[in-house]
Design a protein around this ligand. Structure first.
Ligand code: ATP
Ligand code: MG
Length: 130
């Protein structure tokens, strides 16, 4: 469960990108955030993994207060969050699923043969337990 409570972000230049945003995402729910350019979508996502610091409000993920996490706790939390940036670090000739799974490479041992290949050619499937 992800809980966003009264989240506000005011950038240093005074732009109020988020104003008192609250919502909950239960486990298993798929949420899409749609809004005009500049409406604050990226700001919200960056606050959730604390790439930027919220001005006010709390972000609770599975009973852990992300807004209150230490650097070490944040490192552990971020290992469980996938984030794809819209402008860079994408391999354009690879499909979306390969770009997404590339983020797991840092947590797998390339010398150990996986019991099952993550992806077979032309067959998209979930990342499995890694
Ligand atoms: N680092 C920053 N410093 C100051 N203002 C910023 C910064 N980043 C974003 N903003 C401003 O905050 C507001 C929200 O921007 P944000 O990038 O979150 O919108 P977005 O919904 O992701 O837009 P897009 O659809 O274009 O990606 C905009 O007014 C933007 O100009
Ligand atoms: Mg954006």
């Amino acid at each position: 469960m992800l809980k966003i409570e009264h989240l506000t972000k005011i950038y240093d230049n005074g732009v109020r990108a988020l104003q008192d945003v609250s919502f909950e995402v239960p486990d298993g729910q798929f949420l899409v955030i749609i809004g005009l350019s500049g409406s604050g979508k990226s700001t919200l996502l960056r606050c959730i993994n604390r790439l930027i610091e919220p001005t006010e409000g709390r972000i609770i993920w599975n009973d852990t207060d992300i807004t209150d996490a230490t650097d070490e706790e944040l490192r552990q939390i971020r290992r469980k969050i996938g984030m794809i940036f819209q402008q860079f670090n994408l391999v354009r000739r690879a499909p979306v699923v390969t770009n997404v799974l590339a983020g797991r490479l840092g947590y797998t041992n390339p010398l150990v043969e996986p019991r099952q290949p993550l992806l077979r050619r032309g067959q998209a499937q979930g990342p499995g337990k890694t």
